[in-house]
Ligand binder design. Structure first.
Ligand code: A2P
Length: 297
């Protein structure tokens, strides 16, 4: 397990990723995201996670520039959205993200949601493979430093591993106390992937859980800190999100305590709590097509 804030995980191509990232899902475009990203960088985060579908890449880029932190010291992840599937569209999508972010390269680029058999019974595998070829082209051109996926499970992952020349380095999935999809996580680790946790605090939904609150009290930490530490002790990379600078800071202060094996088991066996209900085969991406931050709806 990493020992310090910004200790790194190492990907299958040797690229190093700061071990706690700052998430920007549902952070509205404009001043809010710009300020949050700047404050997160000033609070010591060096890993920022965004996505084309979040609609806030331009503000993420502005926040990075405003922070004054050097580009090469920051690890930026963005994600490919479902409307950009296929080889040509993927190349354009990367170029658009780079332009919006105002960057020359992306550190990590992820397929946000897999194309699945339920929605595309005849060509889902080919579609994912074509998208991936676009990823590989941009990687080879130096526009992206590492390639990965998000929300993939074995049925989508195995074919992609067969079809890919450059193997996916990361799977970013929902992972928090109350929902760990541990079998998938272990499988991905066996393929040499780093697992990243989106919603490591269960989008806030697990923070009032009595078991977690009791454990937090015992260690003299906040429930959010217990969640972040729990994720790290499973060798998963957390991407906690807060719009408040003091919480950004405290969410990273998780290296002065250790959750005992016994307490880890207790958290592991919590009943399902805070699960979004989003599974690849249910194609939540379909529901998310056209998704925009709340203030734009
Ligand atoms: P806020 O932005 O007001 O701090 P996740 O990282 O799982 O997506 O969870 C994000 C949610 O958890 C947000 O609603 C955020 O609200 C809240 N949150 C983040 N950090 C903390 C914290 N330390 N204490 C309480 N709530 C938090």
């Amino acid at each position: 397990m990493i020992k310090n804030f910004n200790d790194t995980f190492t990907l299958n191509n040797g690229v190093k990723v700061p071990g706690i990232g700052y998430g920007t899902w549902q952070t509205p475009d404009g001043d809010v995201t710009r300020n949050c990203v700047r404050e997160a960088l000033l609070a010591g985060y060096r890993h920022i996670d965004t996505a084309s579908a979040y609609g806030n890449e331009a503000s993420v880029g502005a926040g990075i520039r405003e922070s004054g932190v050097k580009r090469e010291d920051i690890f930026v992840t963005t994600k490919h959205w479902v409307v950009d599937r296929g080889y040509e569209k993927t190349i354009k999508a990367v170029e658009t993200s780079l332009e919006l972010l105002g960057l020359d390269y992306i550190d990590l680029y992820l397929i946000h949601w897999p194309c699945v058999a339920r929605t595309n019974p005849n060509d889902w595998r080919q579609i994912n493979a074509d998208t991936w070829r676009g990823f590989e082209k941009m990687y080879k051109e130096g526009k992206i430093r590492a390639l990965g996926v998000s929300n993939f499970r074995k049925p989508q992952l195995d074919p992609l591993f067969e079809d890919a020349e450059i193997k996916p380095a990361v799977n970013q999935v929902e992972f928090h106390p109350g929902y760990t999809q541990m079998e998938n996580v272990e499988y991905c680790k066996s393929l040499g992937m780093v697992i990243e946790a989106w919603s490591p605090l269960g989008s806030g939904a697990v923070l009032a859980d009595p078991l977690l609150c009791g454990i937090a009290e015992k260690y003299g930490k906040s429930t959010a800190q217990v969640c972040v530490r729990y994720v790290l002790q499973h060798d998963v990379l957390p991407l906690p999100k807060s719009t408040k600078p003091e919480r950004m800071k405290s969410n990273s202060e998780v290296f002065d305590f250790e959750i005992s094996e016994e307490d880890m088991k207790l958290i592991d066996s919590m009943p399902e709590t805070g699960f979004t209900g989003w599974l690849p085969q249910d194609a939540p991406a379909d529901a998310l097509v056209g998704w925009r931050p709340p203030e734009e709806q």
